[in-house]
Write a protein that binds this ligand. Structure first.
Ligand code: FAD
Length: 304
């Protein structure tokens, strides 16, 4: 379903992020558990796109499989690093043929396995260039939906490390939105005040699109450290760290605390009229399910 229709249908959207598993058993394990995610009735799910190339085909395969075999509505992430314009056109054509309705248009993390990669050869410099390319594709009418793909972009409540000048950063976000985005999904954050302040700054800048809050339940100390690497600039509040470190010898207690923290974030976001919550699930349903349970909801409809 086109994202504009999803926002019209759901007063608050709930969405889950997956990544393409690297192994066959990983795929089977995820698709065996997929009914757990379906039961929560998300508005849509999204599938990450590997930087540097290794899992790129898998993103397409996973999106198409989710679309064909499940009740979930998959949104592929697409990044512009290490891509030519022709490659992007080819990918858009394939998603249009598969009747995928929406795309999250991103810059992409630098390729880990190609540290010397020369970005100057890329056809795209920033995510805005990808947004414009998707809009041009939409205008050509190559999609069965006359509106073409719905387009999401990324936002960073705590700032993006490449633009320390925060006023300029908001200008860049606004330009990306005006280029044709339909919604903004944020980087994970652990202190809701960061999101609320950013949301107000977006309003001041005249950004009036749905702003979806990215929530990542911490499930282990290792997982927190990995997230700190992937989401550079994300602040881990002292109270959160104290709670995690106090329990670090007891993995079950760390998980319980991480889920409790994320649950409290969600409760507070829902109380203040958040437009959507996006759960970084890491392909596991347990933490997200526990959040719903603690909030007293069997599925997304019951949370609205
Ligand atoms: P951009 O909008 O291009 O911004 C990148 C930087 O450039 C910012 O600092 C911005 O201020 C600056 N900038 C923008 N325009 C200009 C300009 N005209 N002049 C100068 N500076 C400018 N990465 C992946 O590789 N795969 C994924 O699947 C993936 N999924 C993500 C999902 C979400 C919800 C989020 C929040 C991030 C995701 N990322 C993913 C990471 C993301 O690609 C990186 O964090 C990237 O560095 C920023 O992406 P962006 O789309 O915001 O980039």
């Amino acid at each position: 379903m086109h994202i504009r229709d999803i926002f019209q249908q759901d007063s608050t959207t709930f969405s889950f992020e997956f990544f393409p598993p690297r192994t066959d058993p990983g795929w089977e394990a995820l698709f065996t558990r997929i009914s757990d995610f379906e039961a929560l009735g998300p508005s849509f799910v999204s599938v990450t796109y590997g930087a540097g190339g290794t899992t790129r085909q898998q993103t397409h395969d996973m999106v198409v499989r989710l679309h064909r075999e499940t009740k979930l509505d998959p949104v592929p992430h697409l990044t512009c690093v290490c891509h030519t314009r022709d490659e992007i056109e080819h990918i858009l054509n394939r998603y249009a043929e598969a009747q995928i309705s929406n795309i999250l248009a991103l810059h992409g993390d630098p390729p880990l396995d190609r540290p010397d990669y020369d970005r100057s050869k890329d056809d795209f410099r920033y995510a805005i260039d990808l947004v414009k390319t998707i809009c041009a594709f939409n205008e050509r009418g190559a999609h069965s939906d006359p509106r073409g793909f719905g387009i999401g972009v990324a936002g960073f409540p705590e700032g993006h490390p490449a633009t320390p000048q925060r006023l300029t950063e908001m200008d860049h976000l606004k330009a990306k939105v005006e280029a044709g985005a339909d919604y903004v999904c944020t980087q994970m954050f652990f202190d809701n005040h960061e999101f609320y302040d950013w949301r107000e700054r977006c309003e001041l800048a005249g950004i009036n699109l749905p702003l979806i809050a990215g929530i990542m339940p911490i499930t282990s100390v290792k997982n927190m450290q990995r997230m700190a690497e992937l989401a550079a600039g994300t602040r881990f509040p002292a109270r959160l760290l104290k709670g995690i470190y106090r329990r670090q010898d007891d993995p079950a207690a760390v998980l319980q605390f991480g889920v409790l923290w994320a649950t409290e974030q969600c409760r507070d976001l829902l109380d203040t009229g958040v437009r959507g919550i996006h759960f970084y699930t890491l392909n596991r349903s347990d933490a997200t399910r526990q959040i719903y349970q603690t909030l007293g909801a069997k599925d997304s409809a019951a949370l609205r």
